[in-house]
Ligand binder design. Sequence first.
Ligand code: G3D
Ligand code: MG
Length: 309
Amino acid sequence: MKRKPIGWLSKGRSVVLMGLDYAGKTTLVDQWTKGVIEKTTTTIGLDIEHVEIRGEKFNMIDLGGQQPFRITIWKTYAQMAQGVIFVFDITDKLRVQEAVEWFWKVVEWLREDAPIIFCANKIDLRDKKKESAMSLEEIINNFNLEKFSQDKYVQHSFRIFEISAKTGENVEESMEWLFGKVIGSKEKSKIKGVLIYSSEKKSTILEIPFVDEVKDFSKQKNIAEIIDYNSKLLNKSQSTMQYYEQDDMDVYVFAQGGFLCIIITEKEAEYNSVRITGQSILNVVSVLDSEGELKIDQLKWVIKESFGA
Ligand code: G3D
Ligand code: MG
């Protein structure tokens, strides 16, 4: 009997929550998920909260703060994200330019069909802080939000909501919109297994089979040959991608920074999703590697939790 392969990316999806510090990200999540949330902080310093919405598992990743050394990881998460929640404090007129730059940087990283929600937060302060609170029109102009009607960005579903994370005004409506979009989208990537090989250690450092039929795939002759061939090509400064067709599966090999990431998929896997996944995994691997010893358990955790395996 042929086993049904597990759709790697479809098991848990990631939604990225972003905005400057003090925008109200944590308050928003707390307000919306009162009592439902299970909060965890990862060993690599990202805030990831696991939420279940209409039976679907989501990882909400809080990209806050201003740590430049996290840029690679932020980029990785943004590339993987199936949806984005951007939170802006409408009374933060002084830092609006900083928020605008951050917003567009992340939009450029996203997959082109990821829905984006712009939460203009703290509207309960409109009356109290008349001078510093920005109107909707000012926000749209400052952030150039009309760009979402242009060709380059038109693939993104985009909406602005004026909310108060504190009082709860429009919180439910806005989150329903975003998660409705994310749940509605179909994830086509069907990954059967992931293998990471280190040129320095000259060995496989991580192998996660998601289906029995690819167990011990580093020992399979064809895969061993592929590893052997690609490891000879490994060059620290270059990143490459190779593609092999096997009987009932496809093999993608990504090389970067002395590591190989091999992804085995079903035949009909969507190329773009696999490409983003492979590059994302290698980005995380190289960041963890450069921050010290690469711990296999940690890496496994990052791959499983963050990419929803
Ligand atoms: P962050 O996670 O984006 O860094 P927080 O932001 O959620 O920690 O919120 C930062 C501050 O803004 C908090 O104030 C929080 O209570 C406040 N805040 C968040 N959303 C709203 C809102 O809609 N209205 C008002 N009036 N305040 C809000 P404190 O003082 O608790 O640090
Ligand atoms: Mg916070």
